[in-house]
Every structure is written in structure tokens, then in C-alpha cells.
Design a binder for this molecule. Structure first.
Ligand SMILES: [Zn+2]
Length: 292
């Protein structure tokens, strides 16, 4: 396992310098990037909720936490003195080498708004879609492409449910700017949902299949995993105060009128207007940012 010793981790007065530094240092700028690999996400620790006292102590001292995408399990935390495993047999976790390499390589070197973001390979998604009985014909029928996940995303604030909102870096900047501009016009724009992983959508499918639904039945309600614009970090579901999320009634709000008038100026476009060629229901709340 790669756990480089932290500089200055020598004993002084019975307390390691690294530990003292962690206690005394002024608030380090909080990490704002979600680093993504095929199986494991690297989360800024301050955005994670502790699931017990031991977790809370660890998260308070960690900068990044490795989190299994399939079920959200915390796998390891990076502390000033090195990596602390949070599961048995961390070294056997699928994709752990890639995740540790990403941890070494990325934060804090990725510069939002400056560095271009590469995408992850689609191979494992294709395998899992095949196992669900979803082959390429879904894409051909719907005219939708498979959407790869980006290698990292930017923390764009919180959504209506106080969950961290992750977006591609230019989409995050555009969203924050647009939201502030709307507010100056006394319009409140809420984020309902931004980036979603392939695993998130696959999880929905697998749970419904386990309950006895067929793939065809599920597809009438849910987009097939891998085909949602939300996987790119460029799509955003937008709501407003006193409006239920993701309902067609959003089109009758002042917030929607404001978006129709102004969103294009910030690079946001409605993906699924009425009678769109993909046969997807009208979604006045779903907007996609196009790189400028
Ligand atoms: Zn959406």
C-alpha cells in the first residue's frame, strides 16, 4: 500500500508534529474536487457524514476519503500521517490501485476552469449493461449516446436536499454565476440534481429487477444506466421555491420564464423540450451546459 510518510512526522514532546499541525493549522482551504475512478470515488472528507464516533474522528482529520461507488462504503481515509484503511483487506478492493494513483496524482493539482477533464473508459459499463440484457439496440432506438463519466468534478454548492452538488468545472462556474444573477432579479433557482454516476443508475435498475420488474418496465420510468446526461456532470435539474422537484408544472413558474429568457447567456439549454426526437418526456427542469 502506498502510504507516504508525511513530512515532519517526527516526535516532539511526545506528540507527532504532523498531529499537532493537523490540530493547530489554520483552516486549510477545503478540498473542492471529487476525483473519479471506475470503481472508487475520492471525496473531500469535510463533505462526508460520519457514521459513528470513530468515523467522525477520522473524517475530522482526513482530507480525502476513498469511497466505493457501488454502495457508498468508506474504504480508506488520507490522514496527515498517511492512509488509514477503513475496511479489512483494502488491498483487495477492485480498482484500489487506480484510486490510489488518482489520489497521488490529482488533488490539489487539478485546476478548475483551466485543466481539461478527461473521461473514464466505458468498458466496465458495457459489461454491466450486457449482464442486465441491455445491448446497443437501446442506444440505436433512443438515438442517445453512451455518456462517459469525467475524471473529476467540482463542488458547486449544495442541492435542495443539502447534498453536495457536483458538476463539470465550467458548468459549476456557469451555474453559480447564473444562480446569483437570477437572485438579483428576485428569482430563486434551486439545484435538484447534478452529476450522477453510472453506479447510481445501475443501482436503481438492480433494485427494481430484484423486486421482479422487467427491464422493459423499468425503462418506461428510468433512463437506461449510461445514457443519462447527468453522467457527464453537465446536466442540472433546476427547481424553485414552493415547487415540487421535476414536475411539468415548473414550466408555469417565474423561474422557468427567467431561464427561457436568460439561461442561454450562461450556456444552459433545455435538453428535452416538447416532442424531442429522443421520445423522452418533456422535462422543463432539465438543463445542459455546453462547453463554450
Ligand atoms: Zn435531469
Amino acid at each position: 500500500m502506498r502510504c507516504p510518510p508525511t513530512q515532519g512526522a517526527r516526535r516532539a514532546d511526545g506528540v507527532t508534529l504532523a498531529r499537532r499541525a493537523a490540530k493547530l493549522r489554520p483552516m486549510h482551504p477545503r478540498a473542492q474536487l471529487l476525483v473519479n475512478t471506475t470503481d472508487i470515488e475520492l471525496w473531500p472528507a469535510w463533505l462526508l457524514r460520519a457514521r459513528g464516533n470513530r468515523d467522525a474522528r477520522t473524517l475530522a482529520r482526513a482530507d480525502y476519503v476513498l469511497r466505493r461507488k457501488r454502495d457508498g462504503r468508506y474504504l480508506a481515509a488520507r490522514l496527515p500521517e498517511g492512509l488509514q484503511p477503513l475496511v479489512h483487506r483494502l488491498a483487495r478492493e477492485t480498482g484500489i490501485d487506480r484510486a490510489l494513483a488518482a489520489l497521488d496524482a490529482h488533488p490539489p493539482h487539478a485546476r478548475p476552469g483551466v485543466d481539461t477533464v478527461a473521461t473514464l473508459p466505458l468498458q466496465r459499463l458495457r459489461e454491466r449493461l450486457g449482464a442486465l440484457g441491455l445491448d446497443d439496440t437501446y442506444g440505436e432506438r433512443s438515438g442517445l449516446p453512451l455518456v462517459p463519466e469525467p475524471e473529476w468534478l467540482v463542488h458547486a454548492g449544495f442541492d435542495r436536499f443539502r447534498r453536495p452538488l457536483w458538476l463539470a468545472s465550467d458548468a459549476a462556474l456557469a451555474w453559480n454565476t447564473m444562480q446569483a444573477a437570477a437572485l438579483r432579479d428576485e428569482i430563486v433557482l434551486d439545484a435538484i440534481s447534478g452529476y450522477r454516476s453510472h453506479d447510481y443508475q445501475l443501482g436503481i435498475f438492480e433494485r427494481k429487477l430484484a423486486r421482479g420488474q422487467t427491464v422493459e418496465e423499468i425503462l418506461t420510468v428510468n433512463a437506461a444506466p449510461g445514457y443519462s446526461e447527468h453522467h457527464s456532470g453537465r446536466a442540472l435539474d433546476i427547481g424553485t421555491v414552493d415547487e415540487p422537484p421535476a414536475e411539468e408544472s415548473f414550466e408555469r413558474t417565474p423561474a422557468f420564464a427567467w431561464l427561457r429568457e436568460n439561461a442561454a447567456g450562461y450556456g444552459f439549454h433545455m435538453s428535452y423540450p416538447r416532442d424531442n426526437p429522443h421520445g423522452i418526456v418533456y422535462e422543463p427542469w432539465h438543463w445542459r451546459h455546453e462547453a463554450g
